[in-house]
Design a protein around this ligand. Sequence first.
Ligand code: AMP
Length: 358
Amino acid sequence: MKIGILGGGQLARMLALAGYPLGLGFVVLEPAADACAAPLAGHIQAAYDDPDALQQLAAKVELVTYEFESVPAAAVEQLGASLPVYPPANSLAMARDRSHEKNLFRELGIETAPFFEVHDLQTLRLAVEQIGFPAVLKTRTLGYDGKGQQVLRAGDDLQVAWETIGQAPAILEGLIGFEREVSLIAVRSVSGELAFYPLAENHHENGILRLSTCLHDDPMQARAENYAQRLLENLNHVGVLAIEFFQIGSHLLANEMAPRVHNSGHWTIEGAETSQFENHLRAILGLPLGGTAAVKHVAMINLIGELPDASAILGLKNTHLHLYGKAPRIERKIGHITVRETSEQALQERLLQLKNLI
Ligand code: AMP
């Protein structure tokens, strides 16, 4: 069985690594010649919306998935005409537009930060009147890792922020003084089976995820799962859906969702009974889902911009190193480290040691 993946980055690479034991093969459609999934898959090197390339892909595979949410709608439509594409087009359409996504959260009774749509300076002023300062202006589409976002703290900031985000359709959100950022990796299979991983607590540096720690018996777990179930069933979603939340007091506010495997779920490779990558594949193939429990106290650190000394990292016990085969470049995710320990204290001690090595 061959699976097509739109995108050939590290998420496609880790999907392929999880798929080989299940006897699966992969073909990626990816414009970059040095795509890091290419050594593990057939590689069609072309733009994601190239109709000939999409036709070639459709001829080689039985099922298509993707590793990023800004996949052109036309590509999904063309592929969807001849074979299953999972997650489904409506999950993609919701997740790629922050306004659609936040309105869906609201319709399903899932709490969010206050938000308003912004089309021009006038609607930005009106939104600020409703929300007040501080607030954050975000482009509706194509933002990631904090890109396409501007924080507003005073009236003077409006015009500059509007120009900085390229005067693109946007939303204005209240800036939340959250206590924690957590994310939930949820999975729904073709047959409707559901599974949820333990929440992870996430820490960012310069807008990029740096550390995800798997939480045990977190008081917010049940609420997060309930929210995820509403989304999965409303969208008739198939595959992994990752949801990022802000926690403030007893409130759990949904920030955004991604209809794909997610960086904050990389800890599951060595840290859970079944990885998010394997469960995504099981879900889209209609196979029973694997267990999602954490096997130990686990955390994942992203390697950003610079390669570490592999032997120093692996010299620490209970540490696993993943390098994606990407050239180091500033702000680029080039690998990650997973740490598994038998207690929370041992995990925190190990993370302190690791911080000195990366
Ligand atoms: P996003 O692209 O929406 O995931 O935002 C990137 C990061 O910016 C988040 O992980 C938060 O740390 C921060 N952020 C985004 N929106 C808000 C908000 N409304 N309030 C506070 N922090 C935010």
